[in-house]
Design a protein around this ligand. Structure first.
Ligand code: SAM
Length: 287
């Protein structure tokens, strides 16, 4: 039996290539090609874009991305067992799929990609969060990518899109929303995967803004949000005390009540404080 792309169904691919899921590689596969095509559609119009896919595994999402018209897919996979299955896909889509074998945390894919570039991945959650943070903190903005469409544990997805006042709101929300639009576009139950993970998952779609929403020095903003959220129950005048002797005056100048707590403060106000602190220069009490 073949499928709409003429390739074998994913269950057959897995048994032919003996791709039994390995826990240490965070392997929870998506085997429903309708579902992977739906995820690929969340990545936007792929026809004029190169797509960087991390962790293609047996290639369900890869096939979705190619069927949705991606100009070229560059896939990075750590598990050598998946390479023959991916080679069959490359053959079915001549010149449109390249595969790099290795650890996505160690490979720089940029030399193999032509802009515009979109990123799509169903990755182990720990690798996904680490890559997301790297992609959100490039040396210069705008970044190499136009959009990121990434599967996360639902709880992490909620932290990425969280707004002030919610318990998920923290550094990840600020980092993601400062220079990108971030939305949850799909929710998936454990049964969508083989084997099913213990938790629910969600796909987050982030679109890079041309410039930050509010001006601020990334390093200063990061120091403020680290100090503020590391002691999120404390009032800001206490949690930020180490940053500057006059922090209370600075908080007031930024329009923030010194008695407020980190989770009440929105991005605009954190950026205002970062500008005031940067202007005052380095006067830290603690480094
Ligand atoms: N994308 C496939 C799908 O949706 O069915 C597989 C998803 S599975 C959750 C994660 C995939 O990422 C596996 O194929 C695994 O081997 C691969 N992987 C794990 N760690 C990786 C890393 N550091 N770099 C590249 N690939 C990795």
């Amino acid at each position: 039996m073949s499928t709409i792309d003429g390739l074998p169904p994913l269950r057959e691919v897995i048994s032919t290539h003996d791709l039994r899921a390995k826990k240490q590689l965070g392997q929870n596969f998506l085997l429903d090609l309708n579902l992977t095509a739906k995820i690929a559609r969340q990545a936007g119009d792929l026809t004029g874009s190169d797509v960087l896919e991390i962790g293609p595994g047996p290639g369900g999402l890869t096939r979705g991305l190619l069927a949705e018209g991606a100009r070229h897919v560059l896939a990075i996979e750590k598990d050598a067992r998946a390479l023959p299955a991916l080679a069959e896909i490359a053959e079915a889509y001549p010149g449109r799929l390249s595969v790099l074998h290795g650890d996505a945390l160690e490979i720089d894919p940029l030399a193999h990609l032509t802009p515009p570039i979109r990123v799509a991945a169903n990755l182990p959650y720990n690798v996904g969060t680490e890559l997301l943070i790297r992609w959100l903190t490039p040396p210069a903005w705008p970044p190499f990518w136009e959009s990121l469409t990434l599967m996360f544990q639902k709880e992490v997805a909620e932290r990425i899109v969280a707004k002030p006042g919610s318990k998920s709101y923290g550094r990840l929300a600020l980092l993601a929303q400062w220079r990108a639009d971030a939305r949850i576009v799909m929710q998936l139950p454990p049964e969508a995967f083989v084997p099913p993970p213990k938790i629910h998952s969600a796909v987050v779609h982030l679109t890079a803004l041309p410039a930050p929403r509010y001006p601020a020095d990334p390093a200063v903003l990061s120091r403020i949000t680290a100090a503020a959220f590391n002691q999120r129950r404390k009032m800001l005048r206490a949690s930020l005390r180490g940053l500057h002797p006059d922090i209370e005056v600075m908080l007031e100048a930024a329009g923030i009540a010194p008695t407020a707590r980190a989770e009440e403060i929105d991005l605009e106000h954190f950026c205002a404080l970062a500008r005031i602190l940067a202007e005052a220069g380095p006067q830290d009490r603690q480094r």
